[in-house]
Design a protein around this ligand. Sequence first.
Ligand code: ADP
Ligand code: ADP
Length: 228
Amino acid sequence: ATPVAALDAVTVSYGSTKALDNVDLTIERGEIIGVIGESGAGKSTLLGILDAVEHPTTGRVLIEGTDPKELSGRARRQLRRRIGMVFQGFNLLSNRTVRQNIALPLKLQRRSEPTLVTELLDYVGLSDHADRYPAQLSGGQKQRVAIARALVTRPGLLLCDEPTSALDTRTTADILDLLADTRRDFGTTIVLVTHELDAVGAICDRAAILEQGALKSILAVAPSARER
Ligand code: ADP
Ligand code: ADP
């Protein structure tokens, strides 16, 4: 099977800084892979590469078997629709309701799938909050909205950038459970950037350790270390 993403000797340079330094990494379909590293280690750059918005200075990237660099703008946009993003700061539109926020990616594609939006509202446990605004939600609820919004285009790949860093311990566990459920129920491949080792132990199959742009090691997470 074609891997979701394959990086071959990928270097991303900004002047003399190598944000990524000769990284080889294959992301398999249906896995949850953690990405760990200090500030400046290259985590955001790696997400940018996987989201096909950044390109290697040298080396090669295949996303779903194709090199995003070689795609037309239109084809790259289509590829990127199959990639969902979840952020630390939720990035919800404050003047739109929960339902409208979730439906937004569809709206931008001039699509409307109210049934899917209703199902995802239920899936993330926010059916009763559909008409509220983000300011009326807790942090965990906001992240649930953001996850539903990311899932509404049925992405094969979900990129999560520190999704629990703004949340307390209990809410963190709930959000990690939701991500694990998402993989189980929809087969979504998940990349989880985090500085929380507990998160890796809880739901990841593997963890990639970045140091100054280099992939230091890849740890297999023992199933026994995972709670589920
Ligand atoms: P992380 O997400 O792990 O904090 P980043 O991928 O943001 O790391 O950055 C890796 C390195 O690349 C850092 O040294 C950062 O300063 C540098 N870098 C990232 N993006 C740019 C850019 N657009 N211009 C210049 N330097 C950059
Ligand atoms: P459908 O009934 O549309 O063929 P499924 O039976 O695979 O889809 O899944 C049932 C519901 O789960 C869908 O209607 C949708 O709400 C949700 N769903 C399915 N696949 C995904 C996905 N990849 N990401 C997010 N939600 C999904």
